[in-house]
Write a protein that binds this ligand. Sequence first.
Ligand SMILES: Cc1cc2nc3c(=O)[nH]c(=O)nc-3n(C[C@H](O)[C@H](O)[C@H](O)COP(=O)(O)OP(=O)(O)OC[C@H]3O[C@@H](n4cnc5c(N)ncnc54)[C@H](O)[C@@H]3O)c2cc1C
Length: 286
Amino acid sequence: MKLPAFDYAAPQTLDEAIELLATHDEALPLSGGQSLLPILAFRLAAPSLLVDLRRIPGLDQIDISASGVELGARVRWCDIEADARLLTAHPLLAEAVTHVAHYPIRSRGTVGGSLAHADTAAELPGIAMTCDAEIIAVGRNGKRRIAARDFFVGPMMTALAHDELVTELHLPPWPPARRWAFEEFARQHGAFALAGIALYYDLCDGVATDVHIGVIGASAALQRLTPAEAVLEGCVVDAATMLATAQAAAAAIDAADDIDAPADYRRALVETLTGRALQRAVTRPH
Ligand SMILES: Cc1cc2nc3c(=O)[nH]c(=O)nc-3n(C[C@H](O)[C@H](O)[C@H](O)COP(=O)(O)OP(=O)(O)OC[C@H]3O[C@@H](n4cnc5c(N)ncnc54)[C@H](O)[C@@H]3O)c2cc1C
């Protein structure tokens, strides 16, 4: 289908972009266009103005330091894949991104676009939730650091104001010995996940601590599976605790029931994927 008519601007500065958004009620930012253009083609939105972010300098940096990983809003999936530092600085992120769509989409889609689009089946919002990331947003009223749990307020809904742009994602530091895994199930490689599990924990005196388990795709909202985290916290990770954690994950999920899969199937997927992720986290060489 043809796109609806809209005006187009490609500002050279962040301030200019924010001013355009603030002064045009029907304006939308455009980043990689991999979600927005299909939305326009399906006539699910009809903005009067698209504010293209591609010329704004400084949004395409990946910074790694003792305080964690900072991904600029215009960093693309392929930039993350190509940055070998992330294999140690944030292996969970590096692996999750390989599941995003197909290469042509990964060569255009961006961090800021994915966070703002807030699809509950998308990998990066799930990683942001699982890892207690912060989203940095800038608008007319200045800069805000928004915890991921406050940023994603519902399916495809965020706490961003109309004139606010995501400029960065901050992921906390990643200890080298951390145990982790990302597992997802999609009907075909590159399709959105019917369910996915991101998890990590640290080992202290042989028991799991700081357990984080997040889910994508399986429920209407991005969720941390805190009851399942509590089952594993402080325990030796063995076959019995892995099974109990996977069962608790399935019980904790508010499973979506829709045209793609019934709720019971998604719940079963969550149990299987959690068990598989725990197994991989244990057996991966460290
Ligand atoms: C066939 C197909 C398969 C896909 N499969 C997957 C998948 O498996 N996993 C996955 O995660 N994604 C998938 N995607 C989506 C893809 O990753 C998108 O690129 C991504 O979700 C949006 O990024 P974008 O840069 O293209 O944003 P755009 O499409 O440009 O924008 C998306 C939304 O975010 C807003 N926006 C963009 N940038 C900002 C910003 N900096 N601040 C505030 N608002 C902003 C836009 O106004 C728009 O509402 C798929 C897409 C397609 C077409």
